[in-house]
Every structure is written in structure tokens, then in C-alpha cells.
Design a protein around this ligand. Structure first.
Ligand SMILES: [Zn+2]
Length: 308
């Protein structure tokens, strides 16, 4: 089973013909999540392998236009598409006021329920039985939140041969062991889950840190992730300018990935002043070698590892 990341917009500030503004789609088992929704996100989605039908939730980092201006258009199109299912939108305080205003002005008239969650503090903002999304405060010019999508570990594989050898009768006892419960056989012997289960199978994790200067929040979100998506508005060497404007360089992003023990780094939110993305790689690879720079409509498949 895999999780697919689709980079819908990878530029900073304003869209150009080659780079749209920020949005990343995460597609997993028929469910779609968006991280940010810059202007033109729905058009980018139409060019990609993603379709809005499976959209469950949108996570907004902050209210700068290049991260949020695509929301009314996308939601308007969902209405025209006769969507009935509720949609969750998570973001900074002010989101409710924004949607109330859009409704009052008749810019939006959602035919479905908008479940709007305003983030007050770091923590879990979205959770199911299989995964959760948590948030931490980043350090930008205005209130800004990063996100971490994380599948829960699954129990190890059930070893049928071992179970038979131990004399466990097929039936409900199998299920109990798989849920982590010990059982007692008719002969009085106890069987523990470890006796019949392989090693736990770790879930995938992805962090999204955009926009920010290097900060603890980004480091916490990135801890041990399979994939870190980190803003890199400037190439390495431009740290002073980046910090002044509330952003990171590719070297900053690489340091974050290295210190957090991330497995792979994708640089995004690249300055439109640098159409040749090789400069972002050249200035980060020596710090963190497993780095790539995103381009619009780039896709990455993440496969779940089977054992720890
Ligand atoms: Zn931005």
C-alpha cells in the first residue's frame, strides 16, 4: 500500500507559467488531503492524477495569499459538482470569520457542511483509527502552522504456522492475539501476542513546514519522518535575507532534515527568481544528501516498510 504526494504548486509569492503557488496533495487509500491551497490549486489538480472527490480535509499554514487564495474557487467548484459530504478545513484563528464573510457576500454558498477548525495551540487536529495529523507553531511573519501526517504502527503479521504449532484453534482467539491480547488455551498454556506476531509494521509519516525560519516547531514536526517537505524560498548562502523575510534557505531546510533524522527532504516554495532549481540542490546536498527540489505536478510514492 502506498501514499502518494502530488506537488500542485511549488513557487513562492506569485504564480508563474512554470510554478504555481503553494499546495501539496496527499492521497492515501481513496482519501485526499491538501496542505495549503494557493490560487489556482484546483486547476493544478485538474492537470494532475488527483481528483477532488476524495477530498477529506484541507490544512492551511497561514493567511498569506499564496497559501490560501485558492480556497474559495476550489470550494465553489465542489458546490457546482454537487458535493454533499462534509469538508474539514483546519487553519489559523480567523478562518471562521473569513468563511462567514464569504457567505455574507454570497461569494460562497456551500451546499455541504464546512467543518472549520481554528488552531489555538500545538497538538492533534485530525485523527482517525489509522492516522493522525498534528500541528506545531512555525516562525513566520504572521501566525503560521506546520503539519505532520502520521500513520499509526500496525501490529506485526500473524504467523499461522506458529499458531497451529502452538495448538491455537482457528477462531476468535486469532483476533484477540492480533489485537494484542494474551489468551489461555484449553490445556492451561498461555499464549502472548509476541508468540505469533511478527515485528510491528511502522506507519508512514510526512511533515509539511511552510513558511518559516528555522525553528523548534519545524524540528519537532520533522522528527524521524519518512518525508520532510520544507520551504526553501532562497538558496543556501542567502540566510540573512531569508531570515529577514521570515523564510528559510535550502541549507536551513537541509539542517532541519539532518538534525531531525528525516529520511528524505523535498524543497518547495522556491523563489520565482531562481527558475533553475539546481542552485537549491547544490547548496543543500552536502548537508543532507537525500534532497530533491520539487517541481509542479511532481509525484512521489511512499511505500510502507513492512517491519521495523
Ligand atoms: Zn508563502
Amino acid at each position: 500500500m502506498s501514499t502518494r504526494l502530488v506537488f500542485l504548486g511549488t513557487g513562492s509569492g506569485k504564480p508563474t507559467p512554470s510554478r504555481n503557488v503553494s499546495s501539496v496533495g496527499l492521497f492515501r487509500e481513496g482519501e485526499l488531503f491538501l496542505f495549503d491551497c494557493g490560487e489556482g490549486t484546483q486547476t493544478q489538480m485538474a492537470k494532475s492524477s488527483l481528483r477532488p472527490g476524495g477530498l477529506k480535509a484541507i490544512f492551511i499554514s497561514h493567511f498569506h495569499g499564496d497559501h490560501v487564495n485558492g480556497l474559495p474557487g476550489l470550494i465553489g467548484s465542489l458546490v457546482l459538482g454537487n458535493r454533499e459530504e462534509a469538508l474539514t478545513i483546519v487553519g489559523p484563528v480567523g478562518l471562521k470569520l473569513w468563511f462567514t464573510t464569504l457567505r455574507k457576500l454570497h461569494i460562497l454558498w456551500p451546499s455541504f457542511h464546512l467543518n472549520i477548525i481554528e488552531i489555538e495551540e500545538s497538538g492533534v487536529v485530525y485523527e482517525t483509527e489509522e492516522y493522525r495529523v498534528s500541528t506545531e507553531h512555525l516562525n513566520h511573519r504572521i501566525k503560521c502552522w506546520g503539519y505532520r501526517f502520521e500513520e499509526f504502527d500496525r501490529p506485526g503479521r500473524f504467523d499461522l504456522e506458529k499458531a497451529k504449532a502452538l495448538g491455537i484453534p482457528a477462531g476468535p482467539d486469532f483476533g484477540r492475539l492480533q489485537k494484542g491480547e494474551s489468551i489461555t488455551l484449553a490445556n492451561g498454556n498461555e499464549v502472548r501476542p509476541d508468540d505469533v506476531l511478527g515485528l510491528p509494521r511502522p506507519g508512514l509519516s510526512v511533515a509539511y513546514c511552510c513558511d518559516t525560519i528555522p525553528c523548534d516547531g519545524a524540528a519537532n514536526l520533522a522528527r524521524g519522518v519518512d518525508l520532510l517537505i520544507h520551504e526553501s524560498t532562497y538558496p543556501g548562502g542567502e540566510e540573512k535575507l531569508a531570515k529577514k523575510r521570515g523564510h528559510s534557505t535550502s541549507a536551513d531546510a537541509a539542517r532541519c532534515a539532518k538534525e531531525a533524522g528525516a529520511k528524505k527532504l523535498v524543497l518547495t516554495h522556491l523563489s520565482q527568481k531562481h527558475p533553475n532549481k539546481s542552485i537549491f540542490i547544490q547548496t543543500s546536498k552536502s548537508i543532507f544528501p537525500n534532497v530533491i527540489a520539487a517541481h509542479d505536478l511532481m509525484e512521489i510514492e511512499l511505500e510502507r516498510r513492512e517491519e521495523k
